[in-house]
Design a protein. Structure first.
Length: 121
């Protein structure tokens, strides 16, 4: 596994954290203290604000899990990866693509996220 794979796995551990304490630890392991996270629904900074975004998504989609879609690709500090939000029955109504920049310690310093597939309202 590469440092890019490791960083993305830590990111998924945060998005899939089971509770507040696990989420706090996972966010600290995945993101720098001043990390930015921007997607069509959020533009936040630090650790508490991204954790709140993750908590909101987990409440909106209880029982769902984020999983990697395709291979992780990176060079220098950028890393890109696709993901799906998977229901307990295995379907994936939401999918997206993220580009992150890694800090020197391998944690994520910034994320720019894109939504490729969202459910019809």
């Amino acid at each position: 596994m590469t440092s890019y794979d490791d960083a993305v796995q830590r990111c998924f551990a945060a998005w899939n954290a089971a509770g507040p304490q696990e989420l706090e630890k996972a966010v600290a392991a995945a993101f720098t203290g001043d990390a930015t996270y921007t997607d069509p629904l959020a533009d936040v900074r630090g650790r508490e604000q991204p954790a709140a975004v993750i908590t909101g998504a987990r409440r909106q989609f209880p029982g769902f899990a984020f999983r990697l879609l395709g291979a992780v690709d990176g060079h220098h500090t950028p890393v890109r990866f696709g993901w799906e939000l998977v229901t307990p029955d295995g379907s994936a109504p939401v999918a997206g693509f993220d580009v992150a920049a890694l800090a020197e310690d391998g944690r994520i310093a910034s994320v720019s996220g894109f939504l490729d597939r969202v459910p019809a309202v």
